[in-house]
Design a protein around this ligand. Structure first.
Ligand SMILES: [Zn+2]
Length: 381
């Protein structure tokens, strides 16, 4: 259920880390020192304000992979949250465990575990993707066109959008996932990041970027790149955890989106992501609640950290799936509460953020828009 796609292969064999891990679980873990690949944040990633106030302290990695503790600073202007200290660019790769994102071939060696992961995919991930694709199509009016999924993971979203008429392409940083999506699913995937792969200006009708923004060291740069890659009238669709959610405010250091430190380096508020998109040239910014099940899963991972992909799938033995199963059960039980958070308090754990690049719709978008609006156009004439 860990949802990031921006993971890296890791050299986890350093003596330094082994030693640090052996002393883990106590209150003596120090905060990383500035200067050793870590630096204090100087400004809010989302609104640019330099007014950052202490908010949370002693946030630890719930995967128990990176030793240490971090602080979370809160922007006084937009309410977004920033990790402190932040990793430098060359430090980031060390922070990701070898098994990080969910995928069905995680357990290629074990038949029972493979069956469990397949069941999980069918009961959780496929339903999520189906619902969200429908919401996105209704909101944007787009029924086709060129789509790029940044951080495409196992290609589930590519498959869903492809089925609904889009011409899809993926971008993924993990080489084994790139191979998997190319060979097993047959989609075009580029290996790398938006920094390393070139896409011509105005080449996509839609760019989707799910659970990646909170990992970025420079959010603004990536939003500008996406803006340039989109055709006029094209859409960016992002899914992000939200710092002003009920779960953020009540669970605090235990919230799974903060304890994903130091891989999550910032969490936007709704105001923060809105401002970042607007400054990057987007308009018509909407922030909808993500699916209830997704938001409930964030709660479940907060109370049962061992249910994380990086912990339950990283070790051998069927028993390792018990916390995962408990996490699934808590997710289901928490769904009514997530509904209250999303639609009662209107403070969802995750936001589905949609924004449009100004300009005239291109041809494929026009067709979709005409089809969607045919009824009202007829009534007006
Ligand atoms: Zn801010």
């Amino acid at each position: 259920m860990t949802s990031n796609k921006n993971a890296h292969q890791v050299n986890s064999s350093t003596g330094e880390r082994q030693e640090a891990r052996q002393t883990g679980g106590t209150d003596t873990w120090p905060r990383p020192e500035a200067g050793a690949g870590w630096r204090p944040p100087v400004a809010c990633q989302y609104c640019g304000s330099g007014s950052l106030a202490s908010w949370l302290d002693r946030v630890r990695d719930h995967l128990e992979y990176v030793p240490g503790s971090w602080a979370m600073l809160r922007c006084r202007d937009c309410g977004s949250v920033q990790l402190s200290p932040m990793p430098s660019e060359d430090k980031v790769a060390e922070l990701y465990p070898p098994v990080y994102s969910f995928r069905t071939d995680l357990d290629a060696g074990g038949r029972i575990r493979r069956l469990i992961s397949r069941a999980e995919e069918a009961a959780f991930y496929r339903i999520l993707h189906k619902r969200e694709t429908g919401t996105i199509r209704r909101h944007t009016g787009l029924a086709g066109g060129n789509l790029l999924d940044v951080g495409c993971g196992t290609g589930d979203r590519l498959a869903r959008f492809s089925r609904t008429g889009f011409s899809v392409r993926g971008l993924e940083i993990q080489p084994d996932l790139v191979r998997y999506v190319r060979q097993t699913r047959g989609f075009a995937v580029d290996a790398g990041t938006l920094d390393s792969v070139f896409y011509p200006a105005a080449s996509f009708d839609m760019v989707t970027i799910y659970y990646v923004i909170e990992h970025l060291l420079d959010v603004g740069k990536v939003l500008w790149r996406i803006h340039s890659m989109l055709k006029p009238g094209g859409w960016v669709v992002a899914e992000v955890p939200l710092a002003d959610s009920c779960q953020s405010l009540t669970l605090r250091t235990r919230w799974s989106q903060y304890s994903e430190a130091p891989r999550h380096v910032s969490i936007p508020s709704r105001e923060g992501i809105r401002r970042a998109l607007t400054v990057s040239g987007f308009e018509e910014v909407s922030i909808l609640p993500a699916t209830m099940m997704n938001c409930a899963a964030a709660f479940a991972l907060s109370v049962i950290p061992a249910a994380n992909t990086g912990r339950s799938y990283a070790r051998s033995g069927v028993l390792r799936h018990l916390p995962r199963a408990a996490g699934g059960l808590v997710t289901l039980l928490y769904c009514p509460a997530a509904a209250l958070e999303n639609y009662g308090a209107r403070r969802p754990a995750f936001g589905l953020v949609l924004a449009r690049k100004p300009g005239e719709y291109n041809e494929s978008s026009k067709r979709a828009t005409n089809q969607a609006g045919r009824g009202s156009a007829g009534a007006a004439s």
